[in-house]
Design a protein. Structure first.
Length: 183
């Protein structure tokens, strides 16, 4: 069975872009918080979050194979079939066809990306509020018909987390690992 340390070494060997590695760490921390809150296996969810983007650089020019190659790499390195499949299935368009773990990864990636976007616009991690993140997500879905926001809300519903709760837990996870995230 693949350990977190081993997965981190593999991730760093596969991905040289530090932003992608930090994003993976933020998704991992978010999924740890969500799993604990939902009573899911924290280790499995964290490992799935950390390894989901293992193919990001390898397939930068061939996005059609993203997820598929992540699954292959993770299985080859000793990750559980559940973790490996979640890396692939998080990219499925139909939310109803996704296992809960894959839905959680996809939702966590969207919320982490939103947090990073807010920070790039001048907010600080300490200054962000869960209500603001969930409100922004809801407005994007309702007012602008933003497909990513609509999908993220559906993903959160699939895993059983209210948007504001999901955002609060994501922020808590990111604050916990803020030194690794350089935020």
């Amino acid at each position: 069975m693949l350990t977190r340390f081993e997965l981190m070494v593999i991730l760093r060997n596969q991905v040289s872009d530090r932003r992608v590695v930090r994003r993976s760490l933020a998704v991992e921390a978010t999924l740890e918080e969500w799993a604990a809150d939902l009573g899911a296996d924290v280790v499995t969810w964290a490992m799935a979050g950390l390894g989901a983007n293992i193919d990001a650089e390898l397939l930068a020019g061939n996005v059609e194979r993203r997820g598929e190659v992540a699954e292959e790499l993770l299985l080859t390195e000793g990750a559980s079939p559940e973790i490996a499949a979640a890396a692939r299935l998080r990219l499925v368009r139909d939310v109803d066809d996704m296992p809960v773990l894959a839905a959680a990864i996809a939702a966590a990636e969207a919320i982490v990306d939103d947090v990073h976007a807010a920070i790039e616009l001048g907010d600080t991690l300490d200054g962000l509020e869960a209500f603001a993140i969930s409100h922004r997500l809801g407005r994007a879905a309702e007012k602008r018909g933003d497909e990513t926001a609509i999908r993220t809300l559906a993903l959160l519903e699939r895993i059983g987390l209210a948007p504001e709760r999901a955002a609060a837990l994501a922020l808590a996870g990111m604050l916990r690992v803020r030194e690794d995230l350089r935020l």
